[in-house]
Design a protein around this ligand. Structure first.
Ligand SMILES: Cc1cc2nc3c(=O)[nH]c(=O)nc-3n(C[C@H](O)[C@H](O)[C@H](O)COP(=O)(O)O)c2cc1C
Length: 357
């Protein structure tokens, strides 16, 4: 496989981060990233929500916000891809600059604020893709949220649920991005229970032929009480899973990059300990019965394996891709398979939550 990152990475890093991301999306959409994909090691195969995953490693939300390159990313070896966040109406997001590389820390700070083409365009793209059905096989989730100027946040989520009910392999209710004022408050006890009840009612009313699982994506910046409340509500409402976690507004000790003071959500290596700690806590608080997707700072097979042992059924990443390029995907899968075998497991599912036993 040609290592696109080794060829183009140094050039892309000379560009401002958002321009580099735009170029990457255009290259992927144009099919300029050659792939020759080997079948995944069978030890990596997973089943969740009645769906098959060739491997548990997924692309986190925010990379392919407008569903332009889902097939290209699956062809690079991800077991699943999450498009979005999609807002009901198109919106530009926050003024720039709003995306910062913290190179010395292998981290990113973003305050994009849901730049989105809006759900009509994304629906059209996903429909066309489904009709063509030419894409690499793989699970595609859709992550939805509200417009920044929304007068009725719950109505925005309901609108997203109706739009994507028949198109998403799973639906993510994102209440955890730090860059839309008021959004994270939807994680509060009373508001979350109400939101989930209404969204579930809308999904049931939409009657898609194959109802997608409904998953909640949460922040890492939650107090122990907030974590307990969210676990309780997730169990009570019988949501199908939690994605743990989004970016953090905290700035862990020891950040070296000069951009560390920029406002926004921090992702990448410095997020790993906090995100894994919250993941482990949510596993414990939900009694190990709720599917969890572990995300935040994964940059190696060892990190992915740690998420699984802490309680993740699936794992996602974004930031490490910016620093290591697409070769990272095959590397993580190889290392993960080796870790599983070294500990005597014959399937990913056997290792889920192993640290709690
Ligand atoms: C540039 C950028 C944009 C993001 N946009 C979204 C988004 O639109 N919706 C969302 O739920 N998460 C978004 N995220 C968060 C990621 O999905 C992920 O939860 C977080 O970055 C932690 O994973 P990582 O350390 O592997 O990057 C974004 C992250 C980055 C770096």
């Amino acid at each position: 496989m040609i290592d696109y990152h080794r060829l183009a990475g140094p050039l892309l890093r000379l560009l401002p981060p958002e321009a580099a991301h735009g170029m990457t999306i255009r290259a992927l959409a144009a099919g300029l990233v050659p792939v020759s994909r080997e079948p995944d090691d069978p030890i990596l195969a997973c089943r969740l929500w009645g769906r098959s995953f060739a491997n548990p490693l997924g692309l986190a939300a925010g990379f392919d916000k407008d569903a332009e390159v889902a097939d290209a990313m699956l062809a690079l070896g991800f077991g699943f891809v999450e498009v979005g966040t999609v807002t009901p109406r198109p919106q530009p997001g926050n003024p720039g600059p709003r995306l910062f590389r913290l190179k010395e820390d292998e981290a990113i700070i973003n305050r994009l604020g849901f730049n989105s083409a809006g759900q009509d365009i994304v629906v059209r793209r996903l429909r066309r893709r489904r009709q063509a059905a030419s894409g690499a096989s793989g699970v595609t989730g859709v992550n939805i949220s509200m417009n920044a100027d929304s007068a009725d946040p719950i109505a925005d989520y309901i609108s997203g649920v109706r739009a994507f009910a028949g198109l998403a392999d799973y639906l993510v209710i994102n209440v955890s991005s730090p860059n839309t004022p008021g959004l994270r408050e939807l994680q509060d006890r009373g508001r979350l229970a109400g939101l989930l009840a209404q969204v579930q009612a809308a999904l049931a009313a939409a009657k898609p032929s194959d109802t997608p699982p409904l998953v909640l994506k949460i922040a890492p910046d939650l107090t122990p009480d907030e974590r307990r409340d969210i676990a309780g509500i997730a169990l009570e409402r019988a949501v199908d899973g939690l994605i743990v976690t989004n970016t953090t507004t905290a700035r862990p000790e020891g950040l070296k990059s000069r951009r560390r003071g920029e406002p926004g959500g921090l992702s990448g290596r410095p997020l790993l300990p906090l995100a894994t700690e919250v993941l482990s806590d949510m596993y414990r608080l939900t009694g190990g019965g709720m599917p969890l997707v572990g995300v935040g700072g994964v940059a190696s097979g060892r990190d992915a394996y740690a998420k699984i042992r802490a309680g993740a059924t699936l794992v996602q990443l974004y930031t490490a891709l910016v620093y290591q390029g697409s070769g990272l995907i095959a590397r993580i899968k190889r290392e993960l398979a080796a870790h599983l075998r070294a500990d005597g497991f014959t399937a990913v599912a056997q290792a889920v939550g192993a640290d709690h036993r």
